[in-house]
Design a binder for this molecule. Structure first.
Ligand code: ATP
Length: 349
């Protein structure tokens, strides 16, 4: 297997530690998303993998071969970075075919392949246009097609679709994913868009402050976040600080049954996703009285903002289902089932 394996890879710029020592495996044919807030080190990590930045420590291996010091052009990885340089005076087709013709493929065959790739990125019919005659999003797709022309074993993308509108962006994510699966290319996508990561990735690496917080598939990242940072960064969550007393989490005057096991007296952070909390009068424990302060209709879901003695709580209900019919000012009770509660240590290790 041509797995890409990072061992102890870090990067410092002067006194700035952009990436802490990191171990990561990118399995052959898988799509990994590097996800995290601005400045967390995603691009630096990607640039080290690309060979554009030399790691301060550690090794990078592809299929067992040490490529840490191999220059970028010798790695033959496909790359689409934020500032992709297309040739402005060439046509779209010539841009895509360029790397094929310089590596010896005949012009007719290279153009035919370019046409197929342009179809894949939904730019069929655009082959004869100049780059200057394209929108930002269309240029982006030319860059993707060009990077894939050489059938690279590793494909690196840094924020590949910021210039696209939401609908086209979603379509392109689906297309790119299908294409990547079909070609079986190990792919790494840097993004700060959690939806993009969840839509496309086999594996998500969540980063903050130069370090990896969690590596898991999208489902696990969402439903079993490793810590409060991940729970907060991915999706929405309500948080409450509390302390473990007799196995329950005490928050103010209330005590919550839960399924976590913490030592008595531990300071913890309790979290619940808005869609896991409920305003139905269900049997069981963990009920918080409150008052609806406003209601937001977001199409498929309705969001209730509830003020309670432990702080504000957002509850999300699917519209269309027989849900609560509450308005601003109504009193209610928020039910937080024990199995829906996530409990994290308050201070991070
Ligand atoms: P964004 O989403 O904003 O692109 P990022 O997660 O990709 O952010 P990086 O670009 O990897 O973050 O930057 C990580 C840290 O390293 C930041 O604090 C940044 O200022 C710093 N950094 C990056 N490149 C350099 C450089 N060439 N010289 C000095 N510091 C740098």
């Amino acid at each position: 297997m041509e797995d890409l394996v990072l061992k102890g890879v870090s990067k410092s710029f002067g006194n700035t530690r952009a990436v802490e020592p990191t171990d990561l495996t990118f399995a052959q044919g898988q799509l990994t998303a590097l996800l995290g807030p601005s400045g967390c080190g995603k691009t630096t990590l990607l640039r080290m993998i690309a060979g554009l930045e030399m790691p301060s420590t550690g090794t990078i291996r592809l299929g067992g071969k040490d490529i840490t010091s191999l220059p970028a052009d010798k790695r033959k990885f496909g790359m689409v970075f934020q500032s992709f340089a297309l040739f402005p005076h060439y046509s779209v087709r010539e841009n895509v075919a360029y790397s094929l013709t310089i590596s010896g493929m005949g012009k007719a065959a290279a153009f035919e392949k370019a046409n197929t790739l342009l179809e894949t990125v939904r730019l069929d019919g655009f082959g004869d246009r100049r780059i200057g005659e394209l929108s930002g999003g269309q240029r982006q797709r030319v860059a993707i097609a060009r990077a894939l022309a050489q059938e690279p074993s590793v494909f690196l993308l840094d924020e590949p679709m910021p210039a696209l509108d939401a609908k086209l962006r979603e379509e392109m994510q689906g297309e790119l994913r299908l294409l990547q699966e079909r070609l079986g290319i190990t792919t790494i996508v840097v993004t700060h868009d959690q939806r993009e990561a969840m839509t496309m990735a086999d594996q998500i690496v969540v980063m903050s402050n130069g370090r990896v917080e969690q590596i898991a598939n999208p489902k696990e990242i969402y439903h079993a976040p490793a810590n409060a940072f991940v729970a907060d960064f991915i999706g929405k969550a309500n948080f409450f600080d509390g302390v473990i007393e007799a196995g329950k989490v005490r928050v103010g005057d209330l005590a919550f049954d839960n399924t976590a096991s913490f030592v008595e007296g531990s300071k913890v952070r309790l979290a619940i996703r808005p869609e896991r909390a409920s305003l139905e009068s269900l049997p069981g424990t963990n009920k918080v009285p409150g008052k609806v302060i406003f209601v937001r209709d977001l199409g498929p879901v309705r969001e209730y903002h509830v003020d309670s003695q432990i702080g504000p709580i957002i509850v999300e209900c699917a519209t269309g289902e027989a849900g609560p019919d509450l308005s601003t000012g109504d009193t209610t009770e928020v039910h937080m089932p024990p199995e829906a509660l996530q409990v994290f240590p308050q201070a991070r290790a």
